[in-house]
Design a protein around this ligand. Structure first.
Ligand code: PLP
Length: 456
């Protein structure tokens, strides 16, 4: 038990997970199914396979199989950048003067700079195995597009990325990384799709949103033979692949007999959080152990803390299936001055259901507070964090400071999802005092809520 805990807990290659864990199998009340937007009936595998690869459709609909073996090709790819270290944040603890023990799982150790590669490589693998020519997708801040470009180039697949216009303009270097890996990148909304033209006509000068870019990518996938659409978050299949984060974290903690008390992750569409918490939540669902689990979201895009639990479109163009989730409304577009990539209007159906059952908490945090935490973390722990990840850092620090008051020696584990080298414009705004904390009013949110689809 009292083995000295190193700064970094590494697993051996042969201790890496050999199967992904499907948390849905342990949920008594399952997440609500995707619905056909026309008929409001559950989407069938046949309908979904027009848009998604066959094996991924199977994973999407499977609420019962507990483990999916990770194919050997994917495990070999993982070995290039995994296992990811679990780091004991000794320096941060010292800086805060807290008796708490803080650990973070660092997923920024690959060229794409985030956890997204864990699912990108799986999705590219299944597309290749199905004999497809290529895939289309959207990207917001750019991490998913980068990860998918890397995965597609590894399996020699074509990759068409629709990038939210504001990011396309603010992050030219992300775009060039994608092109280095052979992807084509189009700013969204664009004139290359019908839905893009329609959105541009209705909202001239729009800086775009993930929801718009999804609509465009789906339109191209469905209309181009040999192509399917892939998505970097929100979907059940993505949370399944990301369970590798949580499984490694749990194995590393177990190696030193450490029991987590609090598990914290940032939440955009919910994939890193869903992956990180999976084995912990599984124990909680099976009544084997208890954990405090906290989702952290930006105050400017507060799906869990201020959204409603309802069926909604996954995209702005309303071409995708309906998902039951905590949502702000599919045409909600967060303030353009919001720097992080956590701009999605909805949330994974799995996490929405768990949150609704009271099995996890959610907090929303202001942008400037997030960057304050990011900067402190960078200075003491050495890693320059992504703004998204820094939402989790903020709450980990807050919880550690609470322990300082109460004297509790809690074990706090959080997901450090990526690095922030491409987010220096946001850091610049913060340093120059030009970052603001726009928080939508209730009246604004009500306006979007009123436009939710009516499903009974
Ligand atoms: C995409 C991204 C997120 C948020 O996405 P989730 O699906 O909610 O995990 C968080 N951190 C980083 C670094 C990202 O790239």
């Amino acid at each position: 038990m009292s083995k000295e805990i190193p700064y970094k807990i590494y697993l051996e290659e042969n201790e890496m997970p050999k199967a992904w864990y499907n948390l849905r199998a342990d949920m008594k009340k399952k997440p609500a199914p995707l619905l056909n937007p026309g008929t409001h009936q559950p989407m069938t595998a046949e309908e979904l396979s027009v848009v998604f690869c066959d094996e991924l459709v199977k994973q999407e609909l499977d609420n019962d199989t507990k483990f999916y073996e990770i194919p050997e090709e994917i495990r070999n790819f993982y070995k290039m950048y995994r296992p990811a270290p679990l780091v004991r944040a000794y320096c941060l603890e010292k800086k805060l003067g807290t008796p708490a023990h803080i650990y973070y799982k660092f997923e920024g150790n690959n060229t794409s700079g985030s956890h997204k590669l864990n699912s990108a490589i799986a999705q590219a693998y299944y597309a290749k195995k199905q004999g497809l020519k290529g895939v289309t997708t959207e990207t917001g801040a750019g991490q998913w597009g980068t990860a998918l470009s890397m995965a597609c180039s590894y399996f020699d697949l074509d990759c068409k990325v629709f990038m939210v216009k504001v990011s396309y303009e603010q992050k030219p270097f992300r775009r060039e990384v994608m092109r280095t890996y052979g992807a084509s990148v189009t700013p969204s909304p664009s004139e290359t799709t019908n839905v893009g033209k329609k959105i541009l006509a209705e909202h001239p000068g729009t800086t775009g949103s993930l929801g718009c870019a999804i609509s465009e990518a789906v339109e191209v996938a469905v209309g181009t033979p040999g192509y399917r659409y892939v998505l970097g978050s929100v979907l059940n299949q993505v949370l399944l692949h990301q369970s590798v984060i949580g499984l490694e974290t749990k194995a590393a903690l177990d190696k030193y007999g450490i029991k987590a008390d609090i598990v914290i992750g940032c939440a955009g569409g919910g994939s890193n959080l869903g992956g990180l918490i999976a084995p912990f939540m599984g124990e909680k669902l099976r009544g084997e152990a208890d954990y405090q689990i906290i989702a952290v979201e930006p105050a400017s895009c507060p799906s869990l803390t201020r959204g409603v639990y309802a069926y909604d479109f996954c995209d702005t163009g309303m071409v995708c299936p309906l998902a039951k989730m905590y949502t702000l409304g599919s045409d909600f577009i967060p303030a353009p001055n919001h720097a992080g990539g956590l701009r999605y209007h909805g949330m994974s159906s799995i996490l929405s259901e768990l949150y609704d059952q009271g099995l996890m908490e959610a907090r929303s945090v202001k942008q400037t507070d997030v960057f304050e935490a990011a900067e402190m973390f960078a200075r003491v722990e050495g890693i320059l964090p992504a703004p998204e990840s820094s939402h989790a850092i903020r709450v980990a620090i807050d919880e550690a400071l609470k322990c300082k008051e109460t004297g509790e020696e809690k074990n706090i584990v959080f997901g450090l999802t990526g690095t922030g080298y491409f987010d220096m414009v946001a850091y610049e705004k913060f340093h120059d005092g030009k970052m603001d904390d726009y928080i939508p009013t209730d009246a604004e949110l009500e306006k979007f809520r009123a436009r939710l689809p009516k499903v009974d």
